[in-house]
Design a protein around this ligand. Structure first.
Ligand code: HEC
Ligand code: HEC
Ligand code: HEC
Ligand code: HEC
Ligand code: HEC
Ligand code: HEC
Ligand code: HEC
Ligand code: HEC
Ligand code: HEC
Ligand code: HEC
Length: 316
């Protein structure tokens, strides 16, 4: 997404405000001008459009408070000291211009203040950061479509600009109503990265927005599945909801991974302790005659399939 190639040193110089290095390209900036903080009022003269919208911006808070140090307040909180820029009559190379930054540079600029809200460690190892999708890919400070969270587009549309394939999953017959606005991507995902999961293999992150400390996001809404149950169905907590369900949507009822329930069950309960779980998983007893269609509808009898407080076989 780089619009212009500058040598790395020059980019760093912009970020850290050592714009003196670039004066060769900036005829109007005399070397004698110290790069001082000049206060946001000065910016108004030449950037009236940006200035006039700024009092509605959550970043205006630092101005309204009136007690913040210069490097943390107003326009210069992000763009750095404006002294040289003003003396030069403008220019992109005389001030921290986001349009000239690489994604990691923009990210570090935002994190000087936001590492309190966002975990630095998680954001640095997130699939987004690794793919150079940084703050400005999703947020727009001056032209936000949503005043809250300053998103560049309404959330679902924002995510679909890059994850177009996911839209179709939310059109399937059984689905979370994300396209209808009832559920949001951020109910289950944290676009800023997240901790490794404590369920499944602990590696498949998919940047999930955990419930409480480290529970599956699903439990925020489906609280009846949280337990703890006296008789727990091991895979629900240990391997995770997505073992049996397709979280976005499915052609099968109840978002199941397989078209008929018993084929979900038989992935594990498939006889003789063999199969994926290898030992540990009971097979059905001889009373279960799978030739009898009745027995194929496992959850007709095993109604508490997510865990039970009264029956070890989840029959009630
Ligand atoms: C929270 C950080 C932040 C603050 C505070 C901030 N800006 Fe920006 N500014 C940005 C970012 C990021 C961009 C790049 C475009 C975008 O993401 O909206 C930008 C872009 C600009 C641009 C380029 C034109 C444009 O609209 O894209 C100008 C000019 C500008 N800012 C001036 C200002 C002025 C004047 C103020 C104070 C009234 C200010 N900025 C406050 C982050 C900030
Ligand atoms: C004397 C007029 C003037 C003043 C005062 C001024 N600017 Fe600028 N600014 C400009 C001009 C001209 C440009 C170059 C625009 C271009 O090249 O598209 C510019 C560019 C910028 C850019 C880069 C935009 C980009 O494309 O990424 C930022 C950021 C910026 N100004 C912020 C500020 C801030 C913050 C202040 C107050 C400290 C300020 N300006 C004061 C005239 C001014
Ligand atoms: C100088 C410190 C500072 C910098 C740098 C900064 N922010 Fe902020 N940001 C704040 C403060 C303070 C708030 C207001 C928090 C509040 O409302 O309590 C805020 C609010 C926000 C919000 C809105 C949160 C909400 O609840 O609606 C977003 C989004 C945001 N910042 C994104 C960014 C991005 C993106 C950047 C980099 C381009 C950035 N910020 C740079 C200090 C900063
Ligand atoms: C992939 C898109 C994406 C990227 C990249 C991204 N954000 Fe966000 N951000 C969001 C969305 C979506 C929300 C709203 C979350 C919600 O609705 O709960 C948000 C919310 C926020 C908030 C307010 C709520 C909170 O979690 O504290 C802040 C502050 C923020 N982002 C800052 C940043 C900063 C700083 C960066 C870069 C380091 C960044 N974001 C990168 C999409 C993104
Ligand atoms: C109901 C919770 C939930 C919602 C809502 C949700 N996701 Fe997911 N998503 C998940 C889970 C859980 C996984 C991991 C799937 C797995 O482990 O098999 C995932 C995986 C993903 C993946 C990586 C795997 C893949 O399919 O490529 C992407 C990308 C993704 N989601 C994007 C989105 C976007 C974009 C939205 C909103 C339009 C969204 N998700 C809404 C729960 C959700
Ligand atoms: C600017 C493009 C862009 C935007 C906007 C964007 N993403 Fe991504 N996203 C990516 C890229 C690139 C990757 C990494 C490669 C991949 O897995 O496709 C990724 C990966 C993901 C993953 C998979 C993580 C993993 O561990 O496999 C999830 C989940 C995800 N994004 C969710 C979201 C959500 C939710 C939003 C909206 C808030 C969003 N993305 C917005 C580009 C984007
Ligand atoms: C933000 C709340 C929320 C989160 C988080 C959430 N769900 Fe849901 N879920 C719902 C709602 C609401 C419905 C009802 C469907 C509808 O309204 O169309 C639903 C429906 C379902 C259904 C189908 C129920 C039926 O009767 O057809 C399943 C299965 C399901 N969710 C599983 C999950 C899983 C697995 C996760 C985690 C990956 C999850 N949910 C995360 C709110 C949520
Ligand atoms: C071992 C497989 C399995 C696991 C793991 C699993 N489910 Fe289910 N779930 C099912 C089956 C089978 C049904 C269909 C039940 C029916 O049709 O009566 C179902 C139905 C549902 C329903 C809709 C009916 C109801 O009981 O409300 C929701 C919601 C749901 N599951 C959420 C979850 C959540 C959340 C998790 C993780 C905490 C989870 N499931 C883990 C197998 C599983
Ligand atoms: C991902 C693997 C997996 C899937 C899929 C699965 N189970 Fe299980 N199930 C287990 C494990 C592991 C146990 C625990 C066995 C133990 O505690 O000895 C268990 C235990 C049970 C028990 C209780 C046995 C006992 O006495 O402890 C019943 C009944 C049961 N499952 C029925 C089902 C049904 C019905 C389905 C389909 C809806 C299903 N299971 C899907 C892995 C699975
Ligand atoms: C008609 C009701 C009914 C149906 C349908 C049913 N079961 Fe059962 N299941 C039971 C009863 C009753 C028990 C406990 C008594 C027993 O062991 O036979 C049981 C026990 C189990 C056990 C534990 C075995 C043990 O040794 O403790 C497993 C595993 C099991 N069922 C899996 C399944 C699976 C998988 C299906 C679907 C293919 C299924 N059941 C369908 C009634 C049913």
């Amino acid at each position: 997404m780089k619009t212009r190639t500058l040598p790395a040193g020059a980019l760093l110089a912009v970020v850290f405000g050592f714009s003196g290095l670039l004066t060769a390209q900036q005829p109007a900036a005399p070397a004698s001008v110290e790069n001082k903080y000049v206060g946001g009022q000065v910016c108004r003269t030449c950037h009236p459009d940006v200035w006039l919208n700024f009092n509605k911006n959550p970043h205006f808070k630092s101005v309204a408070l009136g007690n913040q140090p210069q490097e943390k307040t107003g326009c210069e909180g992000c763009h750095g000291p404006g002294g040289k820029h003003v003396a030069a009559g403008g220019g992109k190379a005389t001030i921290r211009a986001f349009s000239q930054m690489t994604p990691p540079q923009a990210l570090e600029t935002c994190l000087t203040c936001h590492s309190k809200d966002l975990s630095r460690a998680n954001i640095h190892k997130s699939a987004h950061t690794e793919a150079d999708v940084a703050c400005n890919s999703c947020h727009s400070v001056h032209k936000a479509a949503t005043p809250k969270f300053l998103l560049a587009k309404q959330q679902t549309q924002l995510c679909y600009t890059c994850h177009a394939d996911v839209r179709a999953q939310f059109e399937l017959p059984s689905k979370h109503r994300v396209n209808e606005g009832a559920v949001q991507c951020s109910d289950c995902h944290n676009p800023h990265g997240s901790f490794a999961t404590t369920w499944g293999t602990g590696t498949g992150s998919a940047m999930l927005a955990n419930a409480r400390e480290n529970e599956q996001p699903c439990l925020k809404c489906h609280i009846d599945k949280r337990g703890p149950f006296v008789f727990e169905h091991e895979p629900v907590r240990v391997e995770g909801c997505a073992t049996c369900h397709q979280p976005h949507g499915s052609t099968n009822a109840k978002l199941l991974r397989r078209p008929v329930v018993f084929t979900v069950c038989l992935e594990c309960h498939n006889g003789g302790g063999a199969g994926r779980q290898n030992g540990g998983v009971l097979t059905q007893t001889s009373s279960h005659n799978l030739q009898d269609p009745k027995y194929q509808r496992c959850v007709l009898c095993h109604v508490r399939i997510h865990g039970s407080n009264s029956d070890s076989n989840f029959l009630r």
